[in-house]
Design a binder for this molecule. Structure first.
Ligand code: PEP
Ligand code: MG
Length: 750
């Protein structure tokens, strides 16, 4: 095979030939003929992927024409299937002897030995395969492989643009995934939403693939790469004082942007006749194909960095580097994962939902999504590969699923569920100013859990009587670096002002476990939930805890202040923590800062050890709050963050309820105010049980307040108490069903 004159002249010939018009099949036939002639190949064939996933022979020069639209290969079948699966070119000098070779007599390909195939890649997915074959056993050169790849890339765009196929066929060729699909993930933020997929930082699409002036394209590329490098340098410079993993990540990112191999591949692609934008797309496809299927987390992370780098470069090339995103009215944001501030940059009124490929309930994006009341489902494997920008999608954060391109019946069912949800929301809103008394006259105080300043915006809307749990670590988790004294003071002040006299219980930093800070060095632990977390960290690093206590005292400015310590496991820890509060009070006094008008110091009951030391604990505290999320995790020895264990044991079970009852009784005996602030306080059936056990202060996520209030208003506490007391003696592992029956019998809205 003679060396071809480069893909540019070949692509020109194709363009000129196609300019003449004609029916689609004739155009496709012409394309393979031109490629075969130009590459001095005896065979040139194009296979395209059908909606069924099969690769079908669409046109050939050199094989039996009767095989066209007859020969079909399943995904991964034969050499052609292998190329599509791997997304990589394949060259063989003796194809029929390759173990993957799949012989199809109808094609008449027996005499052809050498084989070169390249995938038609679009967005990293193979939509087809382009093959050339020769009779002689020969090895195709590196340049020929490169050239065929470029031709394949241009063909992929032509196919997608509809230039080469009849309309009916276009519908059944899988250019982008188009079938309805359902992906199972994990719910990160409650709710339901239906809308249009918007890719976070949508890649800019290269409009022109072939350049007329390679030298000019090379200059353009050079300018953009320099601008990109400067941008990354500036990003790094803005991170003074940053140590640990974040810095390393940014440094390695910079290394990537400066790497010679990356620039070399880009320049080579431009020299071969592509525009600078098309060159980026081509290099991106190569990366995706070579490491996209890697399981190794390090490699996958690298791929993400490379993707990001390519996207950034495309934006520089198109001059869109700083343009703001315009969202459709019902946008569902799609991302691999989001950084701390990313979500806040989108127009809140248009953002209806969020789907993530990765993340965890404790991830930044999930925390912010909950704070903003945006339904969010995460851990959706393969999400971005299965979706195109503009696809309709459903976020079902009730079941933890995403529906891609849902069928009309699925949309109709969702509409019905949304209507019910909205109707219930309207009912709850009507109850906002109604105090929560049970039918037999017990007042139940409903409080809200919060963690960010934005949470306070909805305090009034919920009708909550205060913040029962303010998770101060959220500020640390969404920050780029350790918040300083002023930043902490400012936040606490804002919270107290927004609460406008309603009580706020600030919980001191509860970091560690699953809540890690990217900017803080922490050793990897074998059992993080049992490890160096919460108050343990604060006591070992008193400077950190004292700084926070100082910020709280300063922010109180003579108002009442409530401070609560997380994960107290031994009463000595509470003693030590209280001593730090006293030291900070004295320090503030010495500096003439106004002391809080009243200071209440409390402990969270999360470690089961405290259950057998309540007699010592309660006299030492002004109040306690039961963190049932952790208490249940430790009672049942079941990791709350692990999907395999998180829902394995039921809090509505005799051991859990007896533990809660023990706490409630001890508090009642000593007159210690007690609340429950774990997630269970926000679920009507669980809250019903808590009220029946005698608890009358519940703190919960904002969305729980309406339903729980409705439950309280419909509940006869005396009757509930009697019913649940009997169930405490049950020999069943769970009494959920029995409690549900009881609630229904008593006409309680659960
Ligand atoms: C709990 O453990 O129940 C709790 C309220 O704290 P967190 O969920 O923040 O650990
Ligand atoms: Mg906890």
């Amino acid at each position: 095979m003679a060396t071809i004159r480069g893909p540019r002249s070949l692509l020109r010939q194709i363009r000129e030939a196609l300019a003449g018009g004609g029916p689609p099949q004739a155009r496709l036939d012409m394309v393979v003929r031109i490629i075969a002639r130009s590459m001095v190949a005896e065979v040139c064939s194009i296979y395209l992927r059908r909606g069924s996933g099969e690769l079908e022979l669409f046109a050939t020069e050199g094989l039996d024409p009767n095989a066209v639209h007859v020969t079909r290969l399943k995904a991964g079948e034969g050499l052609v299937g292998e190329i599509a699966r791997a997304g990589r070119p394949l060259t063989l000098s003796d194809a029929p002897n390759h173990p993957s070779f799949s012989y199809r007599p109808e094609t008449g390909e027996d005499p052809f030995h050498s084989f070169l195939g390249a995938p038609l890649l679009r967005g990293g997915r193979a939509i087809g395969v382009l093959v050339v074959q020769n009779r002689t056993e020969r090895v195709y050169g590196e340049e020929e492989v490169e050239d065929l790849q470029i031709i394949a890339m241009v063909l992929a765009e032509m196919v997608a643009a509809g230039d080469l196929l009849a309309e009916a066929e276009l519908r059944d060729v899988e250019i982008a995934p188009h079938k309805p699909e359902r992906l199972k993930g994990a719910k990160f933020a409650e709710g339901l939403a239906y809308g249009i997929a918007v890719m976070h930082e949508a890649p800019v699409v290269a409009e022109q693939l072939l350049s007329d002036d390679a030298a000019a394209e090379e200059i353009k590329l050079d300018v953009a790469i320099n601008a990109l490098r400067m941008q990354i340098d500036a990003m790094l410079e803005g991170q003074h004082g940053l140590v640990g993993p974040t810095f390393e990540v940014l440094e390695s990112y910079r290394g990537l942007a400066n790497s010679r191999s990356w620039t070399k591949s880009l320049v080579e692609a431009v020299r071969s006749g592509l525009t600078a934008e098309a060159a980026v797309e081509r290099v991106r496809s190569q990366h995706r194909a070579s490491i996209g299927q890697a399981r190794d987390p390090y490699l996958r992370e690298r791929l993400h960095d490379l993707e990001d780098l390519n996207d950034r470069l495309l934006r520089h090339l198109s001059g869109e580097a700083h343009a703001a995103r315009v969202l459709p009215d019902n946008a569902i944001l799609i991302a691999r994962n989001l950084g701390p501030a990313d979500l806040l940059e989108y127009d809140r009124t248009k953002l209806k939902g969020l789907l993530l490929e990765e993340g965890s309930t404790a991830s930044h994006a999930a925390i912010v999504a909950r704070a903003l009341d945006i339904p969010c489902v995460g851990r959706l494997t393969g999400l971005r590969d299965r979706l195109s920008e503009g696809d309709p999608v459903i976020v079902d954060a009730e079941t933890g699923e995403a529906w891609l391109r849902p069928r009309p019946d699925v949309i109709a069912a969702l509409d019905a569920r949304l209507a019910v949800r909205n109707q219930r929301k309207a009912e709850f809103a009507k109850l906002r100013d109604t105090p929560a008394f049970t039918k037999d006259g017990t007042k139940v105080t409903l409080l809200m859990n919060a963690g960010l300043a934005v949470d306070l915006d909805i305090l009034g809307e919920t009708g909550a009587e205060g913040i029962g749990l303010f998770r101060t670590e959220f500020q640390f988790m969404v920050a780029e670096e350790l918040p300083r004294l002023e930043a902490q003071t400012q936040l606490y002040e804002r919270v107290l002002e927004a609460a406008n006299g309603l009580p706020v219980t600030f919980r001191t930093l509860d970091l560690g476990g699953d809540k890690l800070l990217p900017y803080m060095e922490m050793d990897r632990e074998d059992n993080p939930a049992l490890g160096w977390r919460a108050v343990r960290m604060g006591l070992d690093r008193p400077a950190l805890l004292r700084l926070q206590l100082r910020a709280l005292i300063w922010a109180s400015k003579g108002r009442a202040l409530r401070i609560m310590f997380p994960l107290i496991a031994s009463i000595d820890e509470l003693r030590a923590a209280r001593a730090l509060v006293d030291q900070e009070l004295a320090w503030a006094r010495k500096r003439g800062r106004p002391a809080p008008s009243r200071l209440d110091v409390g402990a969270m009951i999360e470690a089961p050890s405290l259950l057998w030391h309540l007699d010592a604990l309660l006299p030492m505290t002004d109040f306690v709050s039961v963190g049932t999320n952790d208490l249940m995790q430790y009672l049942f020895a079941a990791d709350r963050g692990n999907p395999r264990t998180a829902d394995r044991y039921d809090p509505l079970s005799p051991p859990a309820l007896r533990a809660l009852k023990t706490i409630q009784e001890a508090c009642a005996d000593t007159g210690t105010p007690v609340s429950v602030c774990g997630e269970m306080a926000g679920r009507p059936l669980e809250a019903f049980t808590l009220v029946a056990l005698g608890f009358d202060r519940l703190s919960m996520p904002p969305a729980g307040i309406g339903p729980v209030k409705q439950m309280v208003l419909s509940c006869d506490r005396g009757a509930a108490q009697k019913g649940v007391a009997a169930l405490l003696k049950s020999t069943s592992g769970s009494v959920r069903n029995e409690i549900e029956t009881l609630a229904r019998k008593l006409y309680v809205a659960v």
